[in-house]
Design a protein around this ligand. Structure first.
Ligand SMILES: *Cc1c(COP(=O)(O)O)cnc(C)c1O
Length: 370
């Protein structure tokens, strides 16, 4: 069996270090925020070339608080793409603002800067580019547009830990960058966790207050806040794992290059890694005809795959109230029917990739003869 994601193998390798880190927290008696969390904030912010990190309980909370810190609320419009995980759009709705969805560039499957330009209105206050699958959105034109219209740029970097756009780290290019440390992400906790990164001290201060009931001093509530704090066990786990992130990214890229080579000349289209956009392969997403057939065939051969995501946000039942029917975003709708995520993690072996690719070739080869 080749699983889609394998957290157990990584745990087995890190077990002694993780056990020591968790034990340290258990003995400390400091279970929420505190030393481990503050240290992880500083370490991850430094790694991402930002001056402030505010640790939270999820990536969704990061998006929510970044929007609130930017002053986004009812009557405001926030532009993002329909081809993303639902959390990006949900966070906008939490603030009372209106999500304005736009289409993707078909080659990268990230938000189309020209579509953003067409969607700007006098009510637009912010834009959330999503660095989908680990590849950065085309930030230069997005930052230029934002500058021109006075928009706040909040990067959804939940799939892009360590990705680099022309030398700049994902999460450091906009006004704020949002990260998830959900277990399956490139840097994953043993539970839920997230972070906002920024180099703006005002945004940092506001996000820091909002995560802890809007108070900097105990019981002195200046803002209507939330309980979105990170717990210390997650921070201790993440500090251990951060030391391996560069190595893991290298291994993901090596794995992607093996896939690329073996899939060249087959009937599936490997992902396009665009120069300067720093793909870190959170997911390795191919495009293919007869996706359902291929996925079932792989599954029968004990190879697990995923679909990220089968339905663009504008066609989800929960967001029917946005009022966009089929045909609204042709590229997002087209790719949703063709994408398939193959197994991808640092511990994946060349042998496993060879088997996945041979099975993919088998499927289409078999079809030709049928
Ligand atoms: C995982 C993810 C989120 C949400 O992060 P959580 O930690 O699960 O709340 C948001 N956006 C994208 C693109 C993600 O992949």
């Amino acid at each position: 069996m080749i699983s889609f994601l394998d957290l157990k193998t990584q745990y087995a390798i890190l077990q002694p270090e993780l056990a020591a880190a968790v034990q340290r927290v258990l003995s400390s008696g400091q279970y929420v925020l505190g030393f481990e969390v503050a240290t992880f904030e500083a370490e991850f912010a430094a790694y991402c070339q930002c001056s402030h990190g505010i640790a939270l309980n999820s990536g969704t909370s990061a998006l929510h608080l970044a929007l609130l810190a930017a002053g986004i609320g009812p009557g405001d419009e926030v532009i993002t793409t329909s081809h993303t995980f639902v959390a990006t759009v949900a966070a906008i709705v939490y603030t009372g603002a209106t999500p304005v969805l736009v289409d993707i560039e078909p080659h990268s499957m990230t938000i189309d800067p020209q579509a953003i330009a067409r969607a700007v209105t006098p009510r637009t206050r912010a834009v959330i580019p999503v660095h989908l699958y680990g590849q950065c959105a085309d930030m230069d034109p997005i930052l230029a547009l934002a500058e021109k219209h006075g928009l706040v740029v909040i990067e959804d970097a939940c799939q892009a830990h360590g990705a680099e756009y022309k030398g700049r780290k994902a999460g450091s290019m906009g006004h704020m960058g949002c990260f998830s440390f959900y277990p399956g992400k490139n840097l994953g906790a043993c539970g839920e966790a997230g972070m906002v990164l920024t180099s703006n001290p005002e945004y940092a201060r506001t996000v820091g207050m909002l995560r802890d009931w809007g108070a900097e001093r105990k019981y002195h509530h200046e803002l209507k806040g939330f309980n979105y704090r990170m717990d210390a066990i997650q921070a201790a786990v993440l500090r251990v794992k951060l030391k391996y992130l560069v190595q893991w990214t290298r291994q993901r890229r090596t794995n992607a290059s093996i896939y690329d080579r073996l899939l060249a000349g087959t009937k599936v289209q490997p992902p396009e890694a665009i120069s300067g956009r720093g793909h870190v392969y959170h997911l390795y997403v191919i495009r293919c005809a007869d996706r359902g057939g291929l996925q079932a065939f792989l599954n029968n051969k004990e190879i697990q795959t995923g679909i990220h995501y089968p339905t663009p946000v504008h066609l989800l039942q929960a967001y029917a109230d946005l009022g966009h029917g089929p045909g609204s975003y042709p590229h997002a709708e087209a790719v949703a029917n063709e994408i398939l995520s193959l197994p991808m993690y640092p511990e994946l072996t060349e042998e496993m990739i060879v088997r996945v690719c041979a099975t993919v070739a088998d499927y289409y080869g078999g079809q030709d003869h049928a």
